[in-house]
Design a protein around this ligand. Structure first.
Ligand code: BTN
Length: 323
């Protein structure tokens, strides 16, 4: 099929392919090549036409087959759900979880129509973002899971580094930040059994800004991988790297807890900064001095007293800039 042949040619090339070259290689007319390019664009492929140089494949849509190719058998296919559109990947996965979906199930989409953020806020899901939710079923009391949400932020930083070479840091408790701007939002939702007091499931929802070219003015603290590296990223590569990191975290978050929390502390940009602690209408200034064993923030007040701050309990703001 012409469209697939054109796609295969673009996928193999690491430089723009001229229309003339495509016609020659595939034995097609110029009109047929142009029609195939338009059809691919309609399917979600981002193809740039560089003047006098030809066509270049910028981004591929997120598909289960492209993702599986990247995952190379390291993620079970029956636990991988890729949707063309969804209200919220967290909502979708929570319904699956309530109906018995297994530990390690993941739901991914490039289009979210009703994304949800922390503290009951909505999460603006701009085109270009990657929206992902990951299910865990740790048979533990909620207190044993306090560090999970921080480790999810660390998974994003590791995946971003693997795919782009760029090092993101974390604004405590779990906001991945690149070059001083917010790269990602994370919402962790927990369901606890009243009978056993153990977690029934945890859904970790992650929205990574991948290929947005800009953000609305009121989101000027946000950035995307594309904006920082100056070229588009392959969302399938980002998604695959993130799924593998989350799977590794699922296996190790209790058995290798200290090592994970140490790595989190090294990635946390808040430590060493002056911060504001906002708690139920009260604002206090403090200095962030470290990370505790459950990834809580250790702060020191001007009078020398110290406190250990758990995520969710308070909001921490940097005094200078976003971090
Ligand atoms: C925040 O910064 O307030 C957290 C935002 C979390 C957004 C992600 S996108 C994927 C998942 N689905 C949702 O509805 N929310 C999370």
């Amino acid at each position: 099929m012409t469209k697939d042949d054109v796609l295969a040619l673009l996928e193999q090339a690491d430089a723009p392919v001229s229309g003339e070259q495509m016609c020659k290689t595939l034995g097609l007319t110029r009109a047929a090549v142009w029609k195939a390019i338009e059809a691919l664009r309609a399917d979600g492929y981002e193809i740039e036409a560089a003047t006098r140089r030809g066509y270049f494949l910028c981004t591929c849509p997120l598909t289960k087959s492209a993702l599986e190719k990247r995952l190379a058998g390291q993620f079970p296919t029956e636990k991988l759900i890729v949707l063309p559109e969804v209200d919220s990947t967290n909502n979708y996965l929570k319904t699956l979880a309530a109906n018995g979906a297994p530990d390690g199930t993941a739901v991914l989409s490039l289009k979210q129509t009703a994304g949800r953020g922390r503290r009951g806020r909505s999460f603006l899901s701009e085109p270009g973002g990657l929206y992902l939710s990951f299910l865990m079923r740790p048979q533990e009391p909620a207190e044993a899971l306090l560090h999970l949400t921080a480790l999810a932020g660390l998974c994003v930083c590791t995946a971003v580094k693997q795919v782009t070479g760029m090092q993101a840091g974390i604004k405590w408790p779990n906001d991945p930040v690149l070059n001083g701007k917010k790269l990602c939002g994370i919402l962790t939702e927990l369901s606890v059994s009243l009978e056993t007091q153990e977690a029934e499931y945890v859904v970790i929802g992650i929205g990574v800004n991948c290929n947005q070219k800009r953000f609305p003015e009121d989101l000027s603290m946000a950035t995307s991988l594309r904006m920082e590296q100056g070229s588009p990223v392959d969302v399938n590569a980002v998604a695959a790297a993130l799924l593998l990191e989350l799977s590794r975290m699922r296996r190790e978050f209790l058995t290798r807890k200290d090592a994970w929390v140490r790595a989190f502390a090294e990635t946390c940009l808040t430590v060493g900064k002056d911060v504001q602690i906002l708690r139920a209408g009260d604002t206090k200034q403090a200095r962030a001095v470290g990370i505790g064993k459950d990834a809580e923030l250790l702060v020191q007040y001007p009078d020398g007293t110290t406190e250990s701050i758990s995520s969710g309990e308070v909001s921490v703001r940097g005094l200078y800039g976003y971090v």
